[in-house]
Design a protein around this ligand. Structure first.
Ligand code: FES
Ligand code: FES
Length: 168
């Protein structure tokens, strides 16, 4: 039996749904999910974390980016049961009271136009800056290589990140 089947067996199966528990933005949730349900759909449609966007749904655009146990992930590529027991951070968990430094920098530098990619971009930047507080332009481009923007041409986005990275 492969690992995926073992994971499903470990979960309580009830009326074709799986019982999972997870933490989102420091709050604990117990959910019943369909085994075929993607994490991005649970976040948006069941829990109303609509800051997490969906677009390509095949892992190409990064609009659905979240942090899972601190690591960057595309929530469209994960089934909800695969995050059982994990801790997830969505854009709603970053800068809850005021915009955080990265979000303020995006505003100041014109790092978005329509804004559809922005929440995924900011999640990716948070992931980058956790590991590297002084990224080079090449580091920034690499970190954002999974996040597409159809509006900005990336100049404002890169300036925003550089302004945060060099502001220490
Ligand atoms: S919607 Fe997930 S990568 Fe595009
Ligand atoms: S600001 Fe429109 S897609 Fe990036």
């Amino acid at each position: 039996m492969d690992m995926k089947n073992n994971m499903i067996e470990d979960l309580m199966i009830s009326n074709s749904t799986l019982a999972i528990e997870l933490t989102i933005n420091d709050k604990h949730y117990k959910l019943q999910v369909n085994p075929m349900e993607k994490l991005v759909h649970i976040l948006r449609d069941q829990l109303n974390f609509t800051g997490t966007k969906k677009s390509c749904e095949i892992g190409r655009c990064g609009s659905c980016s979240v942090l899972i146990d601190g690591e960057l992930a595309n929530s469209c590529l994960l089934m909800a049961y695969q995050v059982n027991g994990k801790s997830i951070t969505t854009i709603e968990g970053i800068g809850i009271i005021t915009h955080d430094e990265v979000q303020r920098a995006f505003l100041k530098e014109g790092g978005f136009q329509c804004g559809y990619c922005t929440t995924g971009m900011i999640i990716a930047v948070e992931s980058l800056l956790k590991k590297n507080l002084n990224p080079t332009e090449a580091d920034i481009k690499e970190a954002l290589s999974g996040n597409l923007c159809r509006c900005t041409g990336y100049g404002g986005i890169i300036r925003a990140i550089q302004s945060v990275a060099t502001s220490d």
